[in-house]
Design a protein around this ligand. Structure first.
Ligand SMILES: CC(=O)[C@@H](O)[C@H](O)COP(=O)(O)O
Length: 257
């Protein structure tokens, strides 16, 4: 059976979602995006000049017809702001999917759980396909599901920190309880972090800084793609349980003759 990522009415073959910011130049961005084989690209609506669709912008090097755009509400500090930004994106015909991001604090850029829940609920009611960036809090993840979001995006660690997965236990709880896709978003530092997230059973990974600011962004984009694929296959294959003691790899009993 085909292994596809389903988010609302959308289906994707790639489980790596990519952010488009922070690249040194547009040529590198475009090459990294191509090599990553990502189908979903996210970008901050606030960075676009919505009044002037012909103005130069950071997406201009990309053939946007090839991708599903996931505008995000980065820069919103309240539910009202996030809802306003999402409506602007929809009115500009960018997409009906929205990544809800309501930040609670400038230093950590961690999500404001109350504003995040409120904005998500309102945008679901308005008919958006809502993917919510959230704390790695299993209870909040449950509440978001109850509110009807289409995907939960728990942070691995603070945005841009590259610290990787800080709370594996919480992530496991979120994944166990989820009836919608779980996409680990933010804080990924290396391919190993991607593989780990996928092996834990995440449905996808969204990242930006680790590729855009790598020494060789295009090479890193490829590494991230392969890590997501490897982690997914590892999850589907079912890892062996960890044991306390050794067991010989070439046992004498029960050998195939
Ligand atoms: C681009 C975007 O949406 C970021 O806010 C996202 O959370 C990625 O975080 P990293 O840059 O840490 O990968």
């Amino acid at each position: 059976m085909e292994d596809v990522l389903k988010i609302g009415p959308y289906q994707f073959h790639s489980r790596l979602l990519l952010g488009t910011g922070k690249f040194a130049d547009l040529e590198t961005q475009s090459q990294a995006v191509a090599v990553s084989e990502a189908e979903v690209l996210t970008f901050a609506i606030r960075r676009l000049d919505l009044d002037n669709p012909h103005a130069a912008n950071f997406l201009e090097q990309l053939d946007l017809k090839k991708f599903t755009l996931l505008p995000n509400t980065a820069g919103a500090y309240t539910a009202d702001e996030a809802v306003r930004i999402a409506r602007l994106a929809k009115a500009s015909g960018l997409c009906d999917m929205i990544k809800v991001e309501v930040i609670g604090d400038q230093r950590t850029l961690l999500p404001d759980p109350i504003g995040t829940l409120e904005a998500s609920r309102r945008l679901v009611e308005e008919g958006f396909i809502v993917l919510t960036y959230t704390n790695d809090d299993p209870i909040l993840a449950k509440r978001l599901q109850e509110a009807g979001v289409h995907a939960i995006m728990p942070g691995a660690s603070p945005i841009g920190s590259g610290q990787g997965i800080l709370n594996e236990t919480n992530l496991r709880f979120i994944i166990e309880d989820a009836r919608v896709p779980v996409i680990v978003d933010a804080g990924i530092g290396s391919p190993a972090d991607c593989a780990k997230a996928m092996e834990l059973g995440a449905d996808g990974v969204l990242l930006n800084t680790a590729v855009a600011q790598a020494e060789h962004p295009v090479l890193m984009a490829e590494a991230m793609k392969l890590a997501v694929q490897a982690g997914r296959k590892g999850f589907l294959a079912g890892r062996i349980p960890k044991k306390r003691y050794a067991s010989a790899s070439s046992p004498l009993e029960g050998m195939i003759e």
